[in-house]
Design a binder for this molecule. Sequence first.
Ligand code: COA
Length: 262
Amino acid sequence: MPELSVRGRKLAYAVEPGSFDKSLLTILFVHGSGGDRGDWQGQLKGLSSLVNVVAFELPGHGKSEPPGESTVPAYLQWVLDFVEQVGLQRVMLIGCSLGSAITQAIALSSPTWLVAIGLVGAGARLRVHPAFLDGLRENPGKALAMLSDYCLSPKTGDPLRSELEAKYAAADPELIYGDLSACNEFDVMDRIREVSQPTWIIVGEDDKLTPPKYSDFLNKTIRDSAFVRVPNAGHLVMMEQPSEFNNHLNTFLRTKGLLVSK
Ligand code: COA
């Protein structure tokens, strides 16, 4: 598991096929609240023959050094610093949930290295139900169990369901509180039409945390977008339906000519 010291902080990431071919597109995945590189296991395995695939771990998550942050601007600065330090030049940034907020905010600042974005279980505003935020203060165990349940389609069973329950049961409630606070403050509803990069939007039809109508709005508002709704999947569509996710992404990459070496 490689790591990099960014502003004196050890940040971890997973990379396939093991090193960067800078002539190829790099897909940089950014997880959501309480997530880590494991959220993108199916993508690290399934897409690495075509592009460089990197799953970045935000501070405090996975093997990246704590603490976490509690705002999107603070989180996105770590992603910007990581890309600059590694020297990536052609990047498609794909974020889920909190990661989608980071991705939208970075897209709105139009860095030269960003050639496309992907929004997974996303929204231009991500208000969080008080049952999660207050619950994390009052009864963290119950709130974390509810969150893991809400992440998945009711049709998604074991082993993923049990794995996610165990992961959230072991999570630091403070870290998740910071992540959800960052989501709750995030709102680019008035600016999202300024996104100019080709944008791939994907949502699970059973997503309860970011209902598909949020993705509909993104698709209608962003100029150059492609949109897929995936049946039998909830908020973590990349984990619940990894093959479908990868096939749709592959189609997007080909349609947009992003697989060509530069
Ligand atoms: N894109 C498009 N429309 C959105 C939107 C988005 N990102 N976010 C909210 N809206 C819409 C809502 O659908 C609603 O429209 P309606 O009046 O036609 O139904 C309107 O804007 C107001 O919604 P909201 O700002 O969310 O306020 P609210 O007081 O109605 O609801 C919550 C607040 C927290 C109950 C609600 O946002 C919710 O249930 N969220 C999902 C659960 C959650 O906690 N998700 C975590 C995300 S990380």
